[in-house]
Design a protein around this ligand. Structure first.
Ligand code: SF4
Ligand code: SF4
Length: 382
């Protein structure tokens, strides 16, 4: 999300309030997935591999707004799937903006120009366009020739209409640091902020070969950041998170910092891993065994350094150690010298593969609901 002064002030006051209230766990960003259907099939995507009955489901406007109220986070990100496919996305976004929450609408931009009329520019609304690099790299990443031009054209169109636009860029193995740096130079020309993160190794992603391990991630980001000294890249992350990406901090993740609500319910434990679902946000917070997740605890978390797991940790670190945060801000991200020691993976529990059973369970629920609705309609008609 772009970080305006207004947003910084609101989020800072919210975090302070949570800390003063003695809350150990609180959400920063609600990840609201109103559907899984997408009009692309990117090689690193772990979100769209579902049967049609699930891809056809949508969260209603009311369910989305209820989730926003229930969660209470000051920021809402709307990923998917492709949210612009949702027929009521305009109402969902305007309802969240009316509640004075900062909304980041994540989109691959294929439909953005056509659907801009559904939205009104607001200091609370940002488009976050999926752009994984320069043309050759982005088109390969989204498996679509011409995807890059389409995204850039949509960015320009949205900006021309007065919207704030950022890009979200996922980095995979094999993306040279020099190319990423050149891409970041382009984002300065485009006048957009950038959210950048290493791709999480989704077990359902079609391509399992190009996910970065932890060491490679840190080396690559050091290499990228070293090329950015003196440049005006607008990376929309805290300096502490960037310092973590470059291997100078070792953190445990904060999975409750960005809780996920999707068509299945509240996802346990985080946006990246779906190992169970709670019916309410309260149930998610109270019944998830948080200590059994994270690097060093669970095999599927071993290489995760994604911003949705660690930006909230970085925020907490800034609050707990303001002098350290000032040091990072003063010196910038360190791109050489020894790295912080790695978390040991010796004690991690082995991965559990629950995807198929979860899908079967959801399909049975969908069918039972459909049968109930059909019976109710037949009874009304009779
Ligand atoms: S645009 Fe996003 S949701 Fe769609 S396939 Fe690509 S990564 Fe997945
Ligand atoms: S490390 Fe944390 S954020 Fe990453 S997948 Fe595991 S639980 Fe989720």
């Amino acid at each position: 999300m772009s970080v305006s002064l207004r947003q910084k002030a609101v989020v800072g006051a919210y975090v302070l309030k949570q800390r003063l209230a003695g809350r150990k766990r609180y959400p920063l960003v609600l990840m609201l997935e109103p559907l899984f259907r997408c009009n692309l099939a990117c090689f690193g995507c772990g979100k769209i591999d579902y049967p049609d009955a699930i891809l056809n489901k949508r969260l209603s406007v009311q369910e989305c707004l209820d989730a926003v109220e229930e969660c209470g986070a000051p920021m809402v990100a709307i990923p998917g799937g492709e949210p612009l496919i949702h027929k009521e996305i305009g109402e969902i976004v305007s309802g969240i903006v009316a509640r004075k929450k900062f909304v980041s609408l994540c989109t691959n931009a294929l439909l953005l120009e056509k659907k801009l009329h559904l939205f009104k520019p607001s200091p609370y609304l940002f488009f976050s366009v999926h752009l994984d690099g320069l043309k050759q790299h982005h088109d390969k990443s989204v498996c679509l020739e011409g995807g890059f031009e389409k995204a850039v054209s949509a960015i320009k169109a949205a900006k021309a209409k007065g919207f704030t636009v950022n890009v979200n860029c996922t980095i995979f193995d094999g993306h040279p640091a020099a190319d990423v740096a050149e891409f970041l130079d382009l984002t300065v020309e485009l006048g957009v902020g950038v959210s950048i993160s290493p791709g999480y190794a989704y077990e359902r992603a079609p391509d399992q070969e190009h996910f970065l391990n932890r060491r490679k991630t840190k080396e690559l980001f050091r290499n990228i950041f070293a090329r950015g000294k003196g440049k005006k890249w607008n990376l929309t992350h805290s300096g502490m998170f960037l310092d973590f990406l470059a291997g100078n901090q070792e953190f445990h993740c904060t999975p409750w910092g960005m809780p996920t609500r999707n068509i299945f319910g509240w996802q346990k434990p985080c946006y990246l891993l779906g190992e169970g679902y709670a019916k309410t946000f309260k149930e998610l917070m109270e019944t998830t065994d948080w200590d059994s997740y994270g690097t060093g605890r669970y095999e599927k978390c071993a290489n995760c350094m994604a911003h949705c797991g660690y930006e909230a940790t970085a925020t907490e670190e800034i609050m707990r150690h303001p002098l350290k945060a000032l040091g990072v801000a003063w010196r910038g991200v360190k791109t050489e010298g020894p790295m912080a020691p790695e978390i040991s993976l010796k004690e991690q529990r082995p991965a559990q593969y629950v995807f198929d059973s979860q899908v079967q369970l959801r399909l049975s629920e969908i069918r039972a609901n459909e049968a109930r609705e059909k019976a109710a309609k037949a009874a009304t008609a009779a």
